[in-house]
Design a protein around this ligand. Structure first.
Ligand code: GLU
Length: 448
């Protein structure tokens, strides 16, 4: 059976690179009826924390990337006796030796480290994405594989754990390519079968440098907080270095499992394009029902909204589709509300100038007056159930007098702003009574 693995080092939040590696391992395993195992590589005592481990695990689970370990999770920090057993074995069979030498950290102090006996040979391994990769191991020297028998180092623990966990395929970032020959030498010295390797392209910032914090958010959690949905994140991650070979862009996790092919993974770096990511999120938001979108937006937990912004009102419910149509992420909605973009919903506009009500050859807005009065009359009997029914009530008259001539002053009368949604949407949101009140205010302004 195919067994892949995700072995994060718990030294921070769940990084997008780790999440993408986990996703590809998951997809490859599921596609082939196999399993993926999880392992916490917490041997760096100074930097590893339990909080980070918990965060990485819950982040992956939130995305729906699950693993198939049986029993307790595997933590390298708890496996020193196992590594010791294998260190003794590799020393006994002559693959490694104990070397007494001066400590690198404390000069003058003598320490005993375990070094691998490098056979100094040319080694080739096959990579599913990159083909044959050849290294001359001579340049590596006799690598240190343990500080002492109870303190095995990274390359050794990875080899032993992958072996004991039955890992058949090692799918990991390109930054691990240079580790692979070292790990193969250890496998060979232990007489362990070599797994199959696939090294994923790096995730790059738009300037093609390695993606890092200075390019913006790099943790899944920060994207989640900004309002990226798990569907959009999964979908976008899948396309960071992989493509289906068709035009299809939107995939559910189940579809990804079905379509995923390792051979479709690219060798060159995958550029992280926030605009494309936003596009994905927008697509998923637009597909939500009104109720789902309301739950997603969850404005009751948003801080700093203006006092007048009443999220329990009917007008807010009627505003929701407009927000849903416009935004890519939740944070945008919050920022727009704070910036007053939707204050017309709750506050009758009075501060605009008569000048704004003019349309083309109408020096003092006097031509707008009869049009607004007629619009008010038509609206009194209009069907207010959707913006379209409101539009229908005004359409015939607009064709008579000109669309700009009618809708421009009407939109200003209703919003008081140079930029706003169309007048039908605003009328629908604020309701008949308030619509008529706003038109009357505009008429009074023109009359002076
Ligand atoms: N613990 C390593 C990391 O988080 C992964 C090692 C591996 O995949 O072999 O980068």
């Amino acid at each position: 059976m195919i067994i892949t693995r995700i072995p994060p080092s718990p030294t921070g939040k769940l990084h997008i690179g780790t999440a993408r590696t986990a996703l590809f391992n998951y997809l490859f395993a599921k596609k082939n009826g196999g399993k993926m195992v999880f392992r916490s590589e917490d041997t760096d005592k100074a930097r590893s924390t339990k909080e980070s481990e918990a965060e990485i695990m819950s982040g992956l689970q939130w995305l729906g990337i699950t693993w198939d370990n049986e029993g307790e999770i595997v933590r390298q920090s708890e496996r020193a006796p196992i590594y010791r057993e294998y260190l003794e074995k590799i020393i006994a069979n002559g693959g490694a030796y104990v070397s007494r030498e001066e400590s690198k950290n404390t000069p003058g102090e003598m320490v005993e480290v375990v070094r691998l006996k490098n056979p100094n040979k040319v080694l080739t391994f096959n990579d599913l994405i990159r083909g044959d990769i050849t290294f001359d191991t001579t340049e590596l020297g006799d690598i240190v594989i343990a500080r002492n028998l109870d303190d095995a180092l990274y390359h050794f623990t990875v080899v032993v754990d992958d072996y004991l966990m039955g890992v058949t395929h090692v799918i990991r970032g390109e930054d691990h390519i240079s580790n692979t020959p070292r790990q193969i030498l250890i496998q060979e010295a232990l007489g362990i079968e070599r797994p199959i390797y696939a090294h994923l392209p790096l995730i790059l910032a738009p300037d093609r440098s390695k993606m890092s914090k200075r390019h913006g958010a790099v943790s899944i959690e920060s994207y989640r907080e900004l309002g990226y949905t798990k569907d959009a994140i999964l979908n976008y991650l899948a396309l960071l270095g992989w493509n289906p070979g068709t035009d299809q862009e939107l995939f559910t996790l189940a579809e990804l499992v079905e379509k995923f092919e390792v051979t479709q993974i690219q060798k060159s770096g995958a550029v992280f394009d926030i605009k494309k990511f936003n596009w994905f999120n927008k697509e998923y938001l637009r597909r939500m029902s009104a109720e789902e979108f309301m739950t997603y937006l969850d404005l009751s937990t948003a801080e700093g909204l203006p006092k007048y912004f009443d999220i329990t009102s009917d007008s807010f419910t009627r505003l929701l589709p407009t927000i849903q149509e416009r935004i890519s992420i939740r944070q945008e909605a919050i920022d727009e509300i704070k910036a007053g973009e939707y204050d017309f919903v709750f506050v009758s506009p009075t501060e605009y100038t008569t000048d704004m009500l003019k349309w083309k050859n109408d020096p003092d807005a006097s031509a707008a007056l009869p049009r607004l009065e007629k619009a008010a009359e038509l609206l009194k009997t209009a069907d207010f159930s959707t913006p379209d029914t409101i539009k229908a009530a005004l359409w015939g008259y607009a064709e008579e007098v000109g669309k700009g001539e009618l809708f421009s002053p009407l939109r200003i009368a209703l919003s008081g702003k140079a930029q706003s949604p169309d007048p039908f949407t605003i009328a629908y949101i604020v309701g008949l009574e308030e619509t008529l009140r706003r038109i009357a205010t505009a008429c009074d302004k023109i009359k002076g």
